[in-house]
Design a protein around this ligand. Structure first.
Ligand code: FES
Length: 104
């Protein structure tokens, strides 16, 4: 079972915004897409570049370095040059707290 960690208040991450947090030895970027929260490792699987600097179009997160694209809902690759999915983390809301799973 996953351990959930509080990373922020829900109001700290309004729709359309993103938040970068450190959890253990990992950097994670959390997105609010129309009121739903998604978290992925802040590291492109192509050449290790921060995905938090990327552009988000719907659920598609494009890395600014070479244009690889990932689905923030499940981490799947939508466009090369990356071929390995990015790690995702479960997100939940407990009262006013935004929490992510330490491990998925
Ligand atoms: S580092 Fe992200 S596409 Fe190359």
């Amino acid at each position: 079972m996953s351990d959930f960690v509080t990373i922020a208040k829900v109001e700290d991450l309004p729709p359309g915004e993103r938040l970068v947090v450190e959890l253990g030895r990992h950097w994670i970027v959390v997105f609010n897409v129309d009121g739903e929260f998604y978290a992925v490792e802040d590291n492109c699987t192509h050449e290790e570049y921060p995905l938090s600097e990327g552009t988000l179009d719907g659920y598609a997160l494009e890395c600014v370095k070479h244009g690889a694209c990932f689905d923030v809902r499940d981490g799947k690759v939508l466009a090369p040059p990356a071929f390995v999915p990015v790690k995702t983390y479960a997100v939940r809301v407990e009262n006013d707290d935004l929490q992510i799973a330490a491990r998925k």
